[in-house]
Every structure is written in structure tokens, then in C-alpha cells.
Ligand binder design. Sequence first.
Ligand code: NAG
Ligand code: NAG
Ligand code: NAG
Ligand code: NAG
Ligand code: NAG
Length: 195
Amino acid sequence: MHKAVLPAALFVLITLFTPSFASQACKNHTFSNNRTFASCVDLPVLNSFLHWNYNRSSYALDVAFRHVNTTHSRWVAWAINPSGKQMIGSQALVAYQRNNNGSMRVYTSPVESYATTLPEGRLKYMVSRMSATFENESETTIFATVHLTSDMLTINQVWQEGPLNGKADGPSMHATSGDHITSFGTLNLVTGTTS
Ligand SMILES: *[C@@H]1O[C@H](CO)[C@@H](O)[C@H](O)[C@H]1NC(C)=O
Ligand SMILES: *[C@@H]1O[C@H](CO)[C@@H](O)[C@H](O)[C@H]1NC(C)=O
Ligand SMILES: *[C@@H]1O[C@H](CO)[C@@H](O)[C@H](O)[C@H]1NC(C)=O
Ligand SMILES: *[C@@H]1O[C@H](CO)[C@@H](O)[C@H](O)[C@H]1NC(C)=O
Ligand SMILES: *[C@@H]1O[C@H](CO)[C@@H](O)[C@H](O)[C@H]1NC(C)=O
């Protein structure tokens, strides 16, 4: 009897603690610009996925943050927060579709207050190759290379989405309940482990 119980317990441990990449929806995604990423995770809330390549010699982190089941009148953001698993201090990449001509606006915003409307500003990290897409009338993706300042194995990540303002020319506040207040965690850039 013990022989049967032990393997079962081990199996539970293994499935709990090994990221089961095969069952991750992100693994099957193909980007329309043909960019490829070695790692990805299905984020636990807000219909979001993070894909990345991390170069441990240059500390360059290429990311694609994809948010699905959205609309053209909503913004999305993904951030690294060196200050903790929290909103304040987030070094955010933000994107939305402009209402005037349908082009994407993608920019950086350091989050300094709870009342922020995500104004553009410089981050603690240099960011290059920023672009964004809005596809299938429902998916916004931010692409960027974030140049980390040292070999950071584990980062705090924060992601969010919310409505555009009345003129639809910039973000307004996101909801402050439910999944919107649990959309953060740690991410090990090398193993892909999240918490
Ligand atoms: C990914 O694609 C494979 C092959 O088409 C399929 O068997 C698998 O179910 C898909 N996984 C998910 C999570 O969609
Ligand atoms: C992506 O790859 C497909 C298939 O190889 C090709 O048809 C398409 O033009 C490529 N798209 C871009 C943006 O390079
Ligand atoms: C997006 O919405 C579709 C249709 O309602 C649903 O099947 C799918 O699971 C949703 N995707 C995510 C990631 O929530
Ligand atoms: C990683 O960065 C180093 C140093 O800049 C560079 O030589 C190397 O080609 C990069 N590796 C990849 C896979 O891009
Ligand atoms: C769209 O409008 C913005 C200003 O609102 C401008 O910066 C951008 O270049 C325009 N893009 C296109 C493709 O016309």
C-alpha cells in the first residue's frame, strides 16, 4: 500500500512545483511578426501571457507581453518593480491604440502614485525596440527589450489593464478590485518559475 501512496504523493509534488510547459497556452502562440521567445508563462489573472528571452551576459531581457480578450478602448501595461510586488515603483511599459488614427502608442512610465494616469517618463532601466500591436480586435501585445542593470535571476512583475480616458487619448484608472489587485508576482527569468 505504501508503495502506491508514495509515487502518487511524488507525482503531486512534481506537478505542483514543475512548471508544466506542455499545458501552457502561451507555448502554442505564434507572433505575427515572427518574433520567437525561448520562455513563456500564462499569467494567472487578466488574460495575459509573458514571453521572453534573457541574455545573462548582457542582462538584456526581450519581452512580449500579450493581453487577450480586450478591446481597442483599453490600455495594457507590464512592469518590473525593483521595489516589491506592488504598484508603486513599477517600471512600466504601456500601450494602447490611439483613437485618432488607429496607430499604437507604446511608451514607458514609472509609477509613482496610486492616482497615476501613466504619464510618459524615463525608467530605471534603458528600454529599446519598443513596439505594440492590436490584433484580431481583441489582443494587445507589447514588445520591448529591457536592459537590466545586473544579472537579475528573479524579478517582481506587475501587469494591468484599464479603460482609456473620455477623449480616448490616454489611460485612466484601472479597476481596484478582483483580479486587478492580484496581478503581480515574481518571475525567475532563467527557470520560468513564477510565484
Ligand atoms: C498546443 O498545440 C498542440 C499541438 O497542436 C496541442 O496538442 C495542445 O493541446 C496545444 N496546447 C494548448 C494548451 O493549447
Ligand atoms: C512570418 O513568416 C511567415 C511564414 O514564413 C511569412 O509568410 C510572413 O511574411 C512572415 N511575416 C513577417 C512579418 O516577417
Ligand atoms: C477569451 O475569451 C474566449 C471566449 O469567451 C474564451 O474561450 C477564452 O478562454 C478567453 N481567453 C482567456 C485567456 O481568458
Ligand atoms: C548575449 O549578450 C552577449 C554580450 O552582449 C552577446 O555577445 C551574445 O551574442 C548575446 N547572446 C544572444 C543569444 O543574443
Ligand atoms: C497618429 O497620430 C499620432 C499623434 O496623435 C502621431 O504621433 C502618429 O505619427 C500618427 N500615426 C500615423 C500612422 O499617422
